[in-house]
Structures are given as structure tokens and as C-alpha cells.
Design a protein around this ligand. Structure first.
Ligand code: SAJ
Length: 409
């Protein structure tokens, strides 16, 4: 049997490689010639622990190949981006392009799975686009379990940095557009998932994924709001949370400089835009988390302004600890805004990257080692809790103005 994975990014490539490592023939499809060439050479174009090894051995074994154009397969897994537009609605254009790309090669008996995080109703839309392109075939929206083509939603839920383990171990929510769709999807996932496959319909599966990320966003917003309240009341929020969490039913998350990454800061908006008058708490949480970088920025500026010649060292610009991913990173935004103010020298320590993005170098920001930063700065802004920073002895920072947004000290 052949499986085709459409979209070879942070989710699609690891999924394709893991399925191929089970001896199944996998065809990966991507619109980027660079991605296709890199993968066919046995290399990877994204950073994720151990992914390079798994891809290389799958390509060498002849089980994984990448192409720019869709080819026939028994099952298609769509893992393309679903960003949001200016009005916070989801942009489904990548899903629509994927549908148009696979429609010409579809055959009776095929299974299509949408893995991309999607607003409620997107799987039905995908099926509708396919049906419009292939009037010669029947689809579940009109023929239920008797349809020629089966369609299901199975949202990815892996944590960046642990993708290969979580792909296999996590339970999966599988929402078929009919019972036959669900059953077929389960037999595909059973080939590589050790976790349980939990069955539901497509709309519930879509909402489940959005709910998981909103749950985390709301809980982080609670911690972030607490940290701002504690600053006003002159209370150490970290001590407070440690104490409150000793209650058997309380488990508060960690405050930080804001919420980054391309999932938690995005997905809750898909719920808000589907139910704008009702999703009040979810919207408010987003707003609290989006306001936090500006709050931390002001704290750093106030601290630096005590010095005649402020030298600010920003510890970390990634969106979270121990990864190199800068997408939607609040730490990166804060650093940029500090440099734009233009009255301080801004240094960055980021052990996980070799080069600063141009948006920072243009502003005169320098990438330095931790030692250089500690030697030069009078203001220290902890923006990411990378393991290297947690090991800094506190006496080394005793004489500096420290804004510790992650509570490492
Ligand atoms: N953060 C805090 N405080 C915390 C936890 C996180 O400020 O206590 C911040 C992080 O620093 C980061 C952001 O939140 O900026 C998000 O980080 P994360 O580790 O919570 O999540 P992601 O974005 O790396 O991955 C999430 C995961 N979702 C959940 O845990 C519910 C992952 O399982 C999903 O697959 C992924 O989103 C996705 O692709 O949707």
C-alpha cells in the first residue's frame, strides 16, 4: 500500500518518515523544490531532534521519496499550514490548493486525511472541494459510508522538540465524515501509532484540537495575569505559584514574556472567529498573552534607564526553551522593540542559533556568548529559560538590573 503525505513541513515530514520507517511506501509532496531535493538527498530542511536520521534511512531504504506533483496513492495525508488572516479567520487556501493538487489522481477506495489544525467545518470544505473537482466519484457528504472516497480529520498534536516520540506515543483523535471513513483512518494510524485511536466525527475532532491549545493558552494567560498582579502587590509570583500548587487540585502554569509558536497563539482565534459573541474568555486570554511582551518590554526599559549608558543583554530569542524556532517568538519581538528604541546597546545570547535574523542585525543588535554578555551588560533580560541560562550562578548577576521574565533565578 502507498501513502502520500502532502506538505513536508514540521508535521508532514516527520509523519512521512515515521510511516516509511514501518516499511510502507511513502510519497511526500511539497510545493518547494528545495524541500523536495533536500529530502531526496536524504537530508532535512527543518530542525527537529533525530529527524535527519529517520529521513535518511527511509530514503536510503527506498521507502520515502519526495515529489513536487501528486501521484496516485491509497491514502493521502494533508499537513499544510493554516495560518490566520488579518481578521483572525483561518486561511484555508493551502488546504484548497492541496485538494486541487490531489483531486486529479484520486481513485475509488482512496482515503484522505486532514491533519492540519483547522477551524470547525474545514474537513467538510475539503471534501466539497474534492467533490467539485471530481464529479465522477462519490464522497461521504452525499454517500456516507458507501462513498468512493473516504475523508477524515485527524489533528496532529505533537510537541516541537519531541515530535518523533509523540507521533508514535500520543493518543489520536480521529474524526471520520462517516463510519467507514473513521474505520479506514484507524487502520492507517495503527501502522505507526502506539497510543489509542479515539473515534468521533470530523467537527468534534476539529474542535478537540482547537480546545487543547486554547486550554493551554487560557492557563498561561492566568499565570501571566497573576504575574502582573503580583508586581503591583509586591509579591514574588514564582513563590506564590509554588505555594498555591501545593494544593492537591491546583496546577498553575508558568508566567513568561508572552506566548509564541505558530499553534497556541493562533488556534484559539479559530474558536473566537466561529463564535465571536460567546468565546469571551478565550479571546480575553489571547489578549492577555499578547499584551505580556509589551509589559515585559516596559520593565526592561525602566530598568535600563537607570544607567547613563544602558547595555541590555537579552537571554534567548527562541519562542521557548531549548529549541531554535523563532516563529512568533515574544522574546524576538521584545528584543526588536528594545533595539528600535535606539538609546541602548542590545546584545543577544542565543545558544541554539549561529546567526541573528536580519531584522535584528539591521538594528545593530549583536549575537554574543553568555560570558561576553555577562561581562558587558548592566541590564539583563531573561526571555527564554534555555538550560544554559538556568546554570548561571546568581552571584554573577547580583550587581545588574535583572528582569527575569521566566523566573530562572
Ligand atoms: N509557555 C509559557 N508558560 C508555560 C508553558 C508555555 O509561557 O507554562 C509559552 C512557551 O514559552 C511558548 C508558548 O507558551 O512561547 C507555547 O509553548 P508550548 O510548549 O505550550 O506549546 P507548543 O506551541 O510548542 O506546542 C503546542 C502543544 N499543545 C499543547 O500542549 C496543548 C502541542 O502538543 C501541539 O501539537 C502544538 O501546540 C501544535 O502543533 O498545535
Amino acid at each position: 500500500k502507498n501513502v502520500s503525505v502532502v506538505g513536508l513541513g514540521y508535521i508532514g515530514l516527520p509523519t512521512a518518515a515515521v510511516i516509511a520507517s514501518r516499511g510502507i511506501n511513502v510519497i511526500g509532496v511539497d510545493v518547494s523544490q528545495h524541500a523536495v531535493d533536500t529530502i531526496n538527498a536524504g537530508n532535512v530542511h527543518i530542525v527537529e531532534p533525530d529527524l535527519d536520521m529517520v529521513v535518511r534511512s527511509a530514503v536510503q531504504a527506498g521507502n520515502l521519496k519526495a515529489t513536487i506533483q501528486a501521484e496516485k496513492a491509497d491514502a493521502f495525508m494533508v499537513a499544510v499550514p493554516t495560518p490566520f488572516k488579518d481578521n483572525y479567520e483561518a486561511d484555508l487556501s493551502y488546504i484548497e490548493s492541496a485538494a486541487n493538487m490531489i483531486a486529479p489522481v484520486l481513485e475509488k477506495g482512496n482515503l484522505i486525511i486532514l491533519e492540519s489544525t483547522s477551524p470547525v467545518g474545514a474537513t467538510e470544505k475539503l471534501a466539497q472541494w474534492l467533490a467539485e473537482a471530481r464529479p465522477d466519484l462519490t464522497f461521504p457528504q452525499s454517500h456516507g459510508s458507501d462513498a468512493d472516497i473516504n475523508v477524515a480529520h485527524c489533528p496532529e498534536r505533537v510537541l516541537p522538540g519531541h515530535v518523533l516520540r509523540e507521533l508514535v506515543e500520543n493518543d489520536r483523535v480521529i474524526g471520520g465524515m462517516s463510519e467507514a471513513c473513521s474505520t479506514k483512518a484507524v487502520s492507517l494510524y495503527k501502522t505507526f501509532v502506539k497510543g489509542e485511536c479515539l473515534l468521533t466525527n470530523a467537527r468534534t475532532a476539529e474542535m478537540a484540537k482547537l480546545t487543547e491549545n486554547s486550554f493551554r493558552d487560557v492557563n498561561i494567560a492566568f499565570a501571566n495575569e497573576l504575574s502582573m498582579i503580583c508586581d503591583k502587590l509586591n509579591i514574588d509570583v514564582w513563590e506564590l505559584i509554588r505555594l498555591a500548587n501545593r494544593h492537591p487540585r491546583v496546577n498553575i502554569l508558568n508566567p513568561g514574556p508572552g506566548v509564541g509558536g505558530h499553534c497556541i497563539a493562533v488556534d484559539p482565534w479559530f474558536i473566537v472567529s466561529s463564535a465571536p459573541d460567546t468565546a469571551k474568555l478565550i479571546r480575553q486570554a489571547r489578549e492577555v498573552n499578547d499584551s505580556k511582551p509589551h509589559y515585559v518590554l516596559k520593565q526592561i526599559i525602566d530598568a535600563a534607564d537607570q544607567f547613563k549608558k544602558p547595555v541590555i543583554a537579552c537571554l534567548g530569542i527562541a519562542f521557548k526553551a531549548d529549541i531554535d524556532d523563532l516563529r512568533e517568538s515574544p522574546a524576538l519581538d521584545i528584543t526588536k522593540m528594545l533595539a528600535q528604541k535606539n538609546n541602548a546597546k542590545v546584545l543577544v545570547v542565543e545558544p541554539n542559533i549561529k546567526q541573528l535574523p536580519e531584522s535584528l542585525t539591521q538594528l545593530g543588535v549583536e549575537l554574543v556568548t553568555l560570558e561576553e554578555a555577562l561581562a558587558q551588560c548592566n541590564t539583563l533580560a531573561v526571555l527564554v529559560d534555555h538550560k544554559q541560562f538556568k546554570a548561571i550562578p546568581s552571584e554573577l548577576v547580583a550587581k545588574k538590573a535583572v528582569i527575569d521574565s521566566r523566573g530562572i533565578f
